[in-house]
Design a protein around this ligand. Structure first.
Ligand code: NAP
Length: 266
């Protein structure tokens, strides 16, 4: 029998963005393997419903922490809310863009909030929660990123740039922490059927089309490959491979990404 997540990494897991979609799927699978979980999200009712369901199903302890991860104090507050817990697995999942529009059609504050949630808070999470893991010589960190990280593209400026930050951060920490007992995985997702994606489709009045990944399959695949970093491309026939645009010039990659990002509106 393979070792459970709790036995391998420690008794508690944190999922930043853990109340629905991919984050909730991670939390369920972690709890099913005996981990107590801390769920972080903004909407308290959704968060509490998810927490109650996990407690009832798996009999583990669940803490629901209502926080906006784009607030400058969010990670300090999360560290306080988890003080005294041995956090062995940290999944930073929150990160989607709720409206994909040209750069100048969004308020500057919206872009800055996205950068705080997707870059500053991710870096802080890795620092604040990674340090005790390295000191204990066991743990795992998953940073969820996106195919939007592979190249720039129209309507993806801030989102794609933040996701590239997450990818490079994960890969760099993997390289530094190799052999330390702490696994790091940059998890690249393609389009996945989450409440967030469905809301975005509704707002934008179109459907992205094509097959959407199932959040539960995504979480299962990621947790099965925590040791296979630095990068895992979910659902890919070559999940440890490089960018699918690798053979193209940067110009052609950016044009292809732009066509993909705007196709649903044509
Ligand atoms: N879905 C896709 O097609 C897709 C494709 C590629 C990559 N990804 C990546 O996969 C990850 C998950 O995406 P997703 O579609 O499930 O949507 P998401 O909106 O990134 O994640 C949903 C979860 O994050 C929480 N959340 C969002 N913003 C937050 C904030 N500012 N503070 C605290 N919690 C926050 C949500 O709860 P609240 O709203 O209540 O806060 C919910 O629990 C993201 O990193 C995204 O970039 C998704």
């Amino acid at each position: 029998m393979t070792e459970s997540l709790a036995a391998k990494y420690g008794p508690w897991g944190v999922v930043a963005g853990g109340s629905d979609g991919v984050g909730a799927a991670f939390a369920h699978r972690m709890a099913a393997e005996g981990m107590n979980v801390v769920l972080v999200a903004r909407r308290l009712p959704v968060l509490e419903e998810s927490a109650d369901e996990i407690r009832a199903r798996y009999g583990v302890e669940v803490r629901a922490v209502a926080l906006d991860l784009s607030s400058p104090t969010a990670l300090e507050e999360l560290e306080q809310a988890t003080a005294g817990l041995e956090v062995g697995l940290f999944v930073y999942n929150a990160g989607s863009d709720d409206r994909s529009v040209p750069f100048l059609d969004k308020d500057l504050d919206v872009h800055l909030g996205l950068v705080r949630r997707n870059c500053t808070a991710v870096l802080e999470a890795a620092y604040r929660f990674g340090a005790p893991m390295v000191a204990r010589k066991r743990g795992a960190v998953v940073l969820v990123t996106s195919g939007a990280a592979w190249a720039g593209g129209a309507t993806l400026a801030a989102y794609g740039a933040t996701k590239a930050f997450d990818l490079i951060l994960a890969e760099s920490l993997w390289a530094e922490w190799q052999g330390s007992g702490v696994d790091v995985l940059g998890l690249v997702l393609g389009r996945t059927d989450t409440p967030s994606l469905r809301r975005t489709q509704e707002v934008q009045g179109g459907s992205y089309g094509g097959d959407l990944a199932d959040p539960d399959d995504v979480a299962a695949e990621a947790l099965d490959h925590l040791c296979d970093g630095p990068t895992w491309i979910c659902g890919s026939p070559t999940p440890t491979g490089g960018s699918p645009f690798g053979a193209l010039s940067r110009r052609d990659a950016v044009l292809a990404m732009s066509r993909g990002a705007t196709a649903h509106r044509e």
